[in-house]
Design a protein around this ligand. Sequence first.
Ligand SMILES: [Zn+2]
Ligand SMILES: [Zn+2]
Length: 265
Amino acid sequence: MKPIRYTMIGSGTLVPDIERGAAAHHLQCGDIHVLVDLGFGTLRRMTGLGLSLNALDVVAISHRHQDHLADLLPLLFTLRHMPGERRVEPLALIGYPDFGADLDRLEYIFGDWVSEPGFPLDIWEAADTPVEVERDDAEVNIDAYPVVHSPEAVGFRITLGVAGREVIVAYTGDTEESEEVIALAQEADLLIAECSVADGLQVPGHMSPRAVGRVAAAAGVKRLAVGHFYPSVLALGWDEIERRIREAYHTGPIELGADGMEIDL
Ligand SMILES: [Zn+2]
Ligand SMILES: [Zn+2]
């Protein structure tokens, strides 16, 4: 059976941490490979996990913060110049609103290779979604939803189908508890949720374990994976994080994220 597989590449944040890289998530659907966010250190982490950079078909970026997009230029530069590998396949880049203007600014600073890296770059913004990618009997549909974080921030609702099987994965990006994130996650087979801060130490634009539990329950998700942990939430310990999520969410498994964690869907 062809895989539909999720890998959490980075379970951390902007806080440098040997164990936990910045936000990055990988989905394989048959022969289609999707990277969702690529914070700093993602390329190195992917290499360590045996995930090919050259195999990527789609990169989706949720917002402008460096713990989610810092490795974009390194990725394009590496795909352009990687010794012994010459990429010809197109790469779809799906970004937040005004992402194209950001790329223009980066091109102005760093040069033409940003938008012409030697292989076709298909650039989409949130308003252009859903974007569909097909290969053989596999199909991926990526839809951006606004979330409550920085003004441009979106999450992604991704439908992955192969050989007649279909699963829905919802990724919150960074967000606070809101109607928007519940709509994004509605009935998803897997919700990948940010779980940044301890309850009580809550900051705007992020969720605590209890908030994640309420969102997962309200959306009726079948399975939950949490990551994007700041030190305050890690200090709670796994049992306490899970207990707080379970105060509202009772129906499905909970995976407490770690770099390299894989879930076959
Ligand atoms: Zn952010
Ligand atoms: Zn973040």
